[in-house]
Design a protein around this ligand. Structure first.
Ligand SMILES: C[S@@+](CC[C@H](N)C(=O)[O-])C[C@H]1O[C@@H](n2cnc3c(N)ncnc32)[C@H](O)[C@@H]1O
Length: 226
């Protein structure tokens, strides 16, 4: 789909973003970033600025996150996605982050493909994300579900990775319960004005370690845990 020049530009962009934000960039991340066409996940009017590293507005007053943020989420020091992992994404939005995760856990031709379950609370965005995922060929690896993500998705739990893309006041208990032992959760926690990105690891049943990563600014988590 992309020319060699496009691929080279995308490779250079992700590497530069990695250096600027101190994010370790692996070959698998580069391949995932090249493979997923971000321009297909933004609004028509924003196609020319899809690769500007800032959040872009999508529908219903929501945003597709900045490139450095989604890259940080799939990096080895945060979610550390492995082939075969089962991922829960809370806040599907455009579906872009879900497609990137799909490239990491279920690359084409994988003999042990994982899956991404992406929950979205706004019906208009469920439709938007589904259309984007289908058009770009990820519907066999990503399922978009209309649900309140704070409650998680017990039907497919436990998860290796839970990736939350909206800011919560605290860490929703159901999400902790639905994490596998050894699983990782990334969640922005705080108020509208200041949030901390937190990495949680389930060490054993009922026993979690927690690390503060950096200050961030996400749209709020709504629903029961908002
Ligand atoms: C920053 S956007 C996510 C961007 C998205 N990851 C992407 O790749 O485009 C946050 C999303 O979380 C959704 N959201 C907020 N609260 C939610 C909840 N309780 N359950 C599911 N989705 C929620 C919003 O509607 C919005 O689409």
């Amino acid at each position: 789909m992309y020319s060699e020049l496009d691929k080279k530009n995308k490779r250079n962009l992700i590497k530069r973003i990695g250096v600027m934000h101190g994010i370790e960039i692996t070959d698998r991340m580069i391949q995932a970033f090249i493979n997923v066409p971000r321009e297909e996940f933004v609004l028509e009017r924003d196609k020319n600025s899809a690769y500007v590293d800032s959040p872009r507005p999508i529908l219903a007053g929501q945003t597709i996150s900045a490139i450095h943020m989604v890259i940080m989420y799939i990096s080895p020091s945060l979610s550390d996605p492995k082939e075969g992992d089962i991922v829960l994404e809370v806040g599907a939005g455009s579906g872009y982050n879900a497609a990137l995760f799909a490239e990491m856990v279920a690359p084409k031709g994988s003999s042990n493909p994982g899956h991404v379950y992406a929950l979205e609370i706004i019906p208009e965005l469920v439709e938007f994300a589904r259309e984007n995922i289908e058009r770009t060929g990820y519907s066999d690896r990503v399922t978009i579900i209309h649900a309140d993500g704070g409650i998680g998705y017990p039907e497919k739990a436990p998860f290796d990775i839970i990736s939350v893309a909206a800011a919560s006041k605290g860490i929703p208990e159901p999400l902790k319960e639905q994490l596998k032992v050894g699983g990782r959760m990334i969640i922005p926690v705080g108020t509208t004005f200041f949030q901390e990105l937190i990495l949680i690891r389930k060490e054993s049943s009922g026993n979690f370690s927690q690390k503060n990563i950096c200050g961030v600014r996400f749209v709020p988590l709504t629903g029961k845990y908002g």
